[in-house]
Design a protein around this ligand. Structure first.
Ligand code: BEZ
Length: 385
């Protein structure tokens, strides 16, 4: 009897010891759209993030990851409440989000005010790594300016002079058009009309009629997700694809080609990813992603994967201890991130300095045409760190 008691006691002590020794899990708050026009983008980001963690034995620096998920619905009016819940109720160690620029700006404000670590795995709002920049805010994706600026140079080089732009009226659309316009007009082109409709509306008909009446040399556009699918189909159905060349930031055709079918054939877009880069790192990533999810990855999956890599880099330097904040930050700041898109570094304002590729839709792929802009850095306007 006594020996049974003793062995039970020993087992209980061993269990307590194991519990005491195991480092607590890292709580990751995934704030992403899981419904609405950007739902597929949110899912791809989560897939990419989880894939990197899975490839590292489901741990980073010896610590398991616990996910707390919020569907942000790409709704800026709910964003502050959502992010405050993750920080105050769920006590997350790090925030990962989001897709929509308006929601990301609200997240960045709270992250800046509270000092919570934030890694933005898509939303391109220029201001997040501009005037709102902070030591605890990083981006694994792009600024809206970057693909727009690269495309402005491409369209000017093709000799087009008169362009109409069309997009959703919010930060992403506005800033994408601004980037395009800056480069295009610097090279002598003119944006003659800027058309827009509220996010996430997809009633394009009246605006397409206006494009037809204006007869520009070309059209530049920013749409993404479900809206991009509908826009490309409507542009073709209106008969415009044959008469007025359409150019876009690469979100127009990324993760959308299955649904766009032949209507997307031949479209030229600029982005920091393409489907056939031929890099060993990308080939391995694509194979691993396809095995895990029975899907081909897109740019959003890459950005999610790289958000996890960046977290991993910071944690490795801090030996898994997130209280070593300065060490964590310095490690990411000086890292060369081994991304499937090609290795990149971060600018002083924590945004990727990266090649922007020109791609052409061929079959179900955004095929690489060439590098439109080498190591393009966002100007980081207004960032003082
Ligand atoms: C944005 O809101 O920043 C955004 C959304 C989808 C694709 C790219 C950018």
């Amino acid at each position: 009897m006594k020996s049974i008691h003793l062995s039970l006691l020993a087992a209980a002590m061993a269990a307590t010891l194991t519990t005491a020794q195991a480092a607590p899990k890292i709580k990751v708050g995934l704030m992403l759209p899981y419904s609405g026009t950007y739902a597929a983008l949110g899912n791809a980001i989560e897939n990419g993030f989880r894939l990197y963690i899975a490839e590292h034995g489901d741990k980073l620096s010896g610590r398991e990851i616990e996910y707390i998920k919020v569907d942000d619905e790409s709704d800026p009016s709910k964003a502050t409440d959502n992010v405050n819940k993750l920080i105050k109720r769920d006590n997350v160690d790090v925030l990962v989000g989001t897709v929509h620029s308006g929601v990301a700006m609200a997240m960045a404000k709270v992250a800046k005010d509270t000092g919570t670590l934030l890694i933005v795995p898509n939303a391109g709002a220029d201001v997040v790594t501009g005037a709102m920049c902070a030591p605890n805010i990083f981006r694994s994706s792009f600024t809206n300016w970057q693909p727009g600026y690269a495309m402005g140079e491409v369209v000017a080089k093709k000799g087009y002079k008169k362009v109409v732009t069309i997009t959703w009226k919010y930060a992403a659309g506005d800033e994408s058009v601004n980037g395009f316009k800056e480069a295009f007009e610097k090279s002598g082109g003119k944006v003659v009309k800027e058309l827009s409709l509220p996010f996430p509306n997809v009633e394009f008909q009246a605006l397409l009629t206006e494009i037809a009446a204006t007869k520009p040399d070309a059209v530049y556009t920013f749409f993404a997700g479900g809206g991009a699918v509908k826009f490309v189909k409507d542009y073709a159905a209106a008969g415009l694809k044959k008469s007025i060349p359409l150019f876009g930031a690469g979100f127009l055709t990324d993760g959308t080609l299955e649904a766009q079918g032949a209507d997307a054939a031949g479209l030229l877009t600029t982005l920091h990813y393409a489907d056939n880069l031929g890099l060993a790192r990308d080939n391995a990533f694509r194979l691993s992603y396809a095995k895990s999810y029975k899907l081909q990855p897109d740019v959003y999956a890459v950005q999610g994967y790289d958000a996890a890599q960046m977290l991993g880099i910071g944690l490795a330097a801090a030996k898994g201890d997130l209280s070593k904040r300065a060490v964590f930050i310095a490690a990411i700041e000086k890292a060369k991130i081994d991304s499937p898109r090609g290795a990149f570094t971060l600018s002083k304002s924590h945004n990727p300095v990266q090649d922007i590729y020109l791609r052409e839709v061929t079959g179900k792929e955004n095929k690489l045409v060439g590098v439109a802009s080498k190591a393009l850095a966002d100007p980081g306007r207004g960032c003082h760190m």
